[in-house]
Design a protein around this ligand. Structure first.
Ligand code: KFV
Ligand code: CO
Length: 167
């Protein structure tokens, strides 16, 4: 790929590069599902993403079990996930207190959450969840410890079956 590109060439070249990178047939991570950001004020964060990146909210959900109010903003086939804690003793609340606002986790899309968990357990990854939990949009999710992949908390995401209804 050329080191410098005119602005008009950029989209085409990125597309070519993505299409031509070989991916192993047994890769567990199929795509970035979302990158999650811990934010202290959800409305203010949504306004900033609208103003600076011109992104809009595609989905909102309150997930009591995870202690978060979420806003998803679509970026291509993935999402920015803005997470505001429901209280200080929740995972995102503790994170904000200790580290301040910033990237909280990366969500990878997988074909089967059970298979991905079994494979990662077999490869020695430190799992937080041995079994899937309910995620937003009707997804099934599981968390992998930050120590497993060099720092960031990782979430595995299985999309809901096509045509299924969710809140
Ligand atoms: N990334 C990297 N490091 C983290 C971290 C994170 N997100 N959260 C905590 N840590 C570090 C923290 O800085 C500290 O490091 C250590 O982990 C223990 O933190 O060097 P240090 O200071 O020892 P604690 O004590 O604050 O937290 P702990 O009680 O150990 O829990 C950490 C963890 C990752 C196990 C916990 O937050 C967890 O189980 N998280 C998974 C659930 C979650 O995060 N839910 C919110 C997102 S819900 C979501 O995304 C959904 C529903 N969805 O559909 O996408
Ligand atoms: Co997430």
């Amino acid at each position: 790929m050329a080191a410098t590109l005119a602005a008009s060439e950029h989209a085409v070249t990125v597309c070519w590069a993505v299409m031509s990178i070989p991916v192993p047939g047994d890769a567990l991570a199929l795509a970035f599902d979302h990158v999650a950001f811990a934010v202290p004020d959800l409305e203010a964060a949504i306004a900033e993403y609208g103003k600076h990146l011109r992104l809009v909210v595609a989905h909102r959900e309150r997930i009591e079990e995870q202690g978060v109010e979420e806003a998803l903003l679509a970026v291509g086939g993935s999402f920015v996930q803005l997470l505001c804690p429901l209280g200080p003793e929740t995972p995102v609340g503790k994170f904000l207190t200790k580290r301040g606002p910033g990237i909280h986790h990366v969500g990878y899309r997988v074909a089967s959450i059970e298979q991905a968990l079994a494979a990662m357990k077999a490869s020695g990854a430190r799992l937080i969840d041995e079994k899937p939990r309910r995620g937003s949009r009707g997804t099934r999710i599981a968390f992998v410890h930050p120590a497993a992949l060099g720092g960031p908390l990782v979430e595995l995401v299985e999309e809901p079956a096509e045509g299924s209804h969710h809140g």
